[in-house]
Write a protein that binds this ligand. Structure first.
Ligand SMILES: [Zn+2]
Length: 331
């Protein structure tokens, strides 16, 4: 995407989340401090408190249901996906957490490897229907580089899944790329395509603000099932048969496909490690994405664990001018 890599100012430990971060960061990262927010649950319409906490290296992304006795944990990985019908739902020992994909997308897009996600409800708050509020939270917390190398999954061979006219496929690539196409017989959507290569700036600017979308008729059907009760024009783009109903219109002319990329990155995060591979999707959704990711994990030859060489990490530091002694606040 041509995003310039800021050079010459990489620090050993604490990295500013906006600057000096490459998607090829070599050390695992967690948040610098806990952060909280409150929103409403898309399905219940009720208030949900969310807290993101720093954790040790190699922990990955783990959810905690603080509303239940003993605050049980639910791992954020592809093998704990129990439902993909309206959003991605994770479950463990009969306990679930829904609507995880926008938060997972923000964490992956901003390069957070290890985090504990506490919620006091069976769902993550929907916020404005995009990942931007979560990006804001992550940036408010700041990111800390941890003393443990990041391991990537490198895709080694092509693989593809289809269901009807929906397809999703992957091929080897040195970077994470997502080429997504959607097609709706709807005057406000039609055919939209986006080819996205992951970088944190690119994610924040081009993907994170794209909101989820729904059709008025589907939303009525959800309400009849007592689902989607928190859904409104405040947290989704809603279209009737002809047009976008939101007063302020769209954030991007192709906001719909951008949100599909956002969702895809959230689903992909459930592999548990950053991925180097080129994905191509046509009309795919959570279910088909998840099938491909499970298949990738199950096939021993499809993914290779790689730890990028330390020499790559050395380059920007050598290029940097010797730094003046850091100013340290003395208590
Ligand atoms: Zn979504």
């Amino acid at each position: 995407m041509g995003d310039a890599e800021p050079g010459g100012d990489l620090k050993d430990r604490v990295l500013n989340p906006v600057e000096a971060i490459s998607p090829m960061q070599l050390f695992q990262r967690t948040l610098s401090r806990p952060v909280n927010c409150t929103g409403i649950g898309l399905h219940s319409g009720r208030r949900v408190n969310l807290c993101l906490r720093p954790v040790e290296p190699d922990t990955g992304v783990v959810f905690k249901r603080t509303d239940r006795p003993g605050s049980p944990l639910i791992p954020g990985d592809v093998n704990h996906v129990v439902d993909t019908r309206f959003s991605t739902t994770l479950g463990s020992d009969g306990l679930t957490v829904s609507t995880v994909e926008h938060l997972l997308s923000a964490l992956a897009g901003m390069g957070v490897d290890n985090v504990l996600i506490e919620v006091d409800a069976p769902e993550v708050p929907i916020m404005d229907g995009s990942a931007a509020p979560f990006v804001f939270l992550i940036k408010s917390a700041g990111l800390t580089s941890q003393a443990k190398a990041r391991q990537f999954y490198k895709v080694r061979r092509e693989m593809s899944m289809s269901e009807g006219d929906k397809t999703v496929s992957v091929a080897p690539s040195d970077a994470l790329k997502v080429d997504f196409t959607i097609e709706f017989d709807h005057p406000a959507i039609r055919r939209q395509q986006m080819d996205f290569s992951l970088s944190e700036r690119g994610y924040e600017k081009n993907i994170s603000r794209a909101r989820t979308f729904g059709f008025l008729s589907d939303i009525r059907a959800l309400h009849e099932k007592n689902l989607g009760l928190g859904g409104s024009l405040d947290n989704a783009v809603i279209v009737d048969n002809y047009r976008v109903l939101n007063d302020d219109g769209l954030r991007f002319p192709d906001e719909f496909v951008r949100h599909k990329v956002l969702d895809f990155l959230g689903d992909l995060a459930l592999l548990g490690r950053p991925v180097l591979g080129g994905f191509t999707a046509f009309k795919s959704g959570h279910q088909l994405n998840n099938q491909l990711f499970r298949e990738l994990l199950a096939d021993r030859d499809a993914l290779q664990l790689v730890v990028p060489g330390l020499e790559q990490q050395q380059k920007p530091r050598r290029a940097a001018k010797p730094q003046a002694p850091q100013q340290v606040a003395v208590a």
